[in-house]
Design a protein around this ligand. Structure first.
Ligand code: HEC
Ligand code: HEC
Length: 214
């Protein structure tokens, strides 16, 4: 019986095509195989809730894919933190192995982001709360830190959704409770957003989405 179950697991494991390291064409085929662009689009992203990936930081992308794949990240301390959980995406990421994650992250990070027109301050007022975010994300949402995502020019609907999810996770006091099913948690973002109202979140998302991506 045990042998049978093990064989089933092996058969069920999807075999993604291995992309040779540093081979963009192979990484691209991998992205096609996993249909990433059916939702994210090649450069711009087709769906309002699926974020732009082109030009995002490689380390950040890899970390997100790992967080989807393993909702219970290996965190120090007694509690396991669920950093990302999404009804569809979590399942989608499960077949990815470490090499796939490396290749896909490198591929999307290497695509040029499509710079948007930068809106002037009269068109999109700069919310004073940007003072709270700029240290990590940059004044216009572009920053040099490897693990911190760029958010300039990101889709507004996506940004709002993420900020609401971070805020919700902070309702648990930031300390993540075992079995919590928050869609998103991060130890830096929860305290950055916990006290903001819907209007403030909307204004921040509007501002960052109207900045250039680079
Ligand atoms: C069915 C549509 C769909 C498919 C297919 C899909 N994604 Fe996504 N992806 C999404 C959505 C929606 C989100 C946002 C989830 C959330 O709100 O947490 C997302 C989030 C992400 C993120 C997090 C980005 C960020 O800024 O935090 C990464 C990275 C990502 N996807 C990469 C991929 C890769 C690589 C593939 C192919 C293996 C893929 N996605 C396939 C819809 C999709
Ligand atoms: C102390 C540093 C820090 C501060 C301050 C901070 N952030 Fe973040 N932010 C991060 C990190 C790190 C991540 C990546 C979290 C992860 O890995 O899931 C992140 C993620 C995000 C994301 C998700 C991006 C994506 O592609 O999914 C958004 C949106 C965001 N921050 C907006 C903000 C806003 C708005 C503020 C100000 C109110 C802010 N952040 C303040 C560090 C910070």
């Amino acid at each position: 019986m045990i042998v049978g179950a093990a064989a089933l697991i092996i058969i069920a494991a999807p075999a993604g095509p291995a992309a040779a390291e540093g081979d963009p064409a192979a990484s691209r085929r991998l992205a096609e195989e996993f249909a990433c662009n059916s939702c994210h689009g090649l450069m711009t992203g087709a769906e309002e809730i699926a974020p732009h990936l082109a030009g995002q930081k490689k380390d950040y992308l890899a970390r997100q894919l790992q967080a989807f794949r393993e909702p219970r990240a290996k965190t120090p301390g007694p509690y396991k933190v669920i950093e990302r959980d999404h009804p569809v995406i979590t399942a989608w990421m499960r077949p990815l192995d470490d090499e796939d994650i490396e290749d896909l992250s490198e591929y999307f990070a290497g695509l040029p982001c499509v710079p948007r027109r930068k809106y002037s301050e009269t068109q999109v007022p700069r919310p004073p709360l940007v003072d709270r975010c700029r240290f990590c994300h940059g004044e216009t949402g572009v920053n040099p830190y490897l693990g911190y995502p760029n958010i300039g020019g990101q889709k507004k609907t996506y940004l709002v959704r993420q900020l609401l999810a971070f805020r919700k996770s902070a309702d648990h006091g930031g300390a993540v409770i075992k079995k919590s099913k928050d869609e998103r948690f991060h130890r830096m973002m929860a305290p950055s957003i916990y006290d903001l109202g819907d209007g403030e979140i909307e204004a921040l998302a509007e501002y960052y989405s109207k900045q250039s991506c680079r």
